[in-house]
Design a protein. Structure first.
Lengths: 151, 69
């Protein structure tokens, strides 16, 4: 059975789910900082309502929050996501460099973020680039033989 | 690339919201196309041309680079 979530609820629910997972992680961690879970819930719940209300607005931001984007708004979202990816990679690289230099313990976390980003990029190239290119149907297009250098 | 979307829309007495609803896009996208800030995809360009019952090359003029992208 396929469950269909109303478009306007998708982004707010994603926020809510993210917050719930983060709060659960603080609870599982336990100890003296378990109450961080309450802070996460208190910060995320109003945000969920804000995003839901924004989803009803007649604007690009509203369309993105309400999951009812047209082709131009999809392009805006893709560009923003690409910028997010670049910013994350730069931040991971800077963090890794600093952690290595100061002999910090969290260097591996930056390596993971950097590696996931790099793999995502390679996967994206394969998925949307070379896979979509297709085989040439022109006889002159080459058959993949190496260039005859030094022959 | 110059286009005649605004001209055609006004000639038919349509609002940007009316045109957006007919084309299945947002009002903001119609505004961006009219201002030349956004070049529609080929399917949307055809939808626009068909809606106004003109050819695509009459609606979008690639030779005029003055008005936008």
């Amino acid at each position: 059975m396929k469950i269909s979530i109303p478009a306007r609820l998708r982004v707010p629910l994603a926020y809510g789910l993210g917050g719930a997972i983060l709060a659960a992680a603080w609870l599982v961690r336990g100890g003296a900082t378990w109450w961080f879970a309450i802070i996460v819930v208190v910060s995320v719940v109003p945000r969920v309502f804000v995003v839901y209300r924004r989803g009803g607005r007649d604007s690009d931001e509203g369309a993105l929050a309400g999951s009812r984007v047209d082709e131009r708004q999809k392009e805006i979202r893709v560009r923003a996501q690409a910028l997010t990816g670049i910013a994350t990679m730069i931040a991971a690289f800077v963090g890794l460099t600093i952690e290595i230099a100061v002999k910090g313990p969290a260097w591996w976390a930056f390596v993971v973020i950097f590696a996931v980003g790099a793999l995502g990029y390679v996967f994206g190239l394969q998925q949307y680039g070379t896979a979509a290119e297709g085989a040439p149907d022109d006889e002159d297009a080459g058959d993949g033989e190496p260039f005859p250098v030094g022959r | 690339m110059r286009n005649r979307v605004r001209e055609q829309r006004i000639a038919r007495g349509l609002s940007q919201a009316d045109l957006a609803a007919s084309l299945g896009v947002s009002r903001q996208t119609v505004i961006s196309i009219e201002n030349g800030r956004y070049l529609p995809s080929l399917p949307l360009a055809f939808r626009i041309a068909r809606f106004f019952e003109v050819s695509v090359d009459k609606m979008f003029d690639p030779d005029d680079e003055e008005a936008g992208t």
